[in-house]
Design a protein around this ligand. Structure first.
Ligand SMILES: [Mn+2]
Length: 186
């Protein structure tokens, strides 16, 4: 079991594990227990430290992308066209899952990159990072077909940690256009 609290050595272990996962991604298969659950545990800890509205100070450029919707090939194309993190900073606006076939793989790749480069990869919550949308637009079924409904329930917990907006360099407000889920502020 990898501890995500520990610094570089646990990051290195995770990085090795991500590289091992690559062939599984290309076949659309993976071991959720081994791959995704520990990753989500780690990302939850990171996200818990982030505020609900991110205050990002960016030098150079930032790539802003929205609505990947399970299109793994498109996500990989974005990384090919630009530099990979940490050479480039990315802000994803949300809607990682539903509609497309590879929501789980997209999510796993983005969470892995968040884990590896927390200061160069930022993930916001879209209106599809939510149960009702997933029930209607395919992500719940995808989780059931590829693994289990329990996996989907666990993913919902991680979704609930995602920040909802980012302000870039005190100038640009970035958020998903349509937020229809309930946010409980404590
Ligand atoms: Mn969308």
């Amino acid at each position: 079991m990898i501890s995500f609290e520990g610094g570089d050595s646990s990051r290195k272990k995770l990085f090795t594990r991500i590289k091992e996962m690559k062939p599984a991604w290309s076949k659309g298969k993976f071991d959720a227990k081994k791959d995704l659950y520990p990753l989500m545990d780690g990302v939850d800890l990171l996200l818990a430290k982030e505020p609900l509205v991110l205050d990002l100070a960016v030098t150079g450029s930032i790539i802003v992308a929205g609505d990947i919707h399970g299109q793994l090939a498109d996500l990989i194309r974005i990384f090919h066209k630009n530099n990979l993190p940490p050479a480039e900073t990315y802000l994803f606006l949300g809607d990682y899952v539903d509609r497309g076939e590879y929501g789980l793989e997209v999510l796993m790749l983005l969470l892995a990159l968040k884990m590896l480069y927390p200061n160069n990869v930022f993930l916001l919550r879209g209106n599809h990072e939510e149960a009702e949308q997933n029930e209607s637009y395919g992500f719940k079924d995808e989780c059931r077909a590829k693994y289990s409904e329990d996996l989907w329930l666990r993913i919902l917990k991680t979704f609930s940690w995602l920040p909802v907006a980012a302000i870039v360099n005190k100038k640009v407000l970035s958020l998903f256009a349509f937020q229809d889920f309930r946010i409980v502020l404590k």
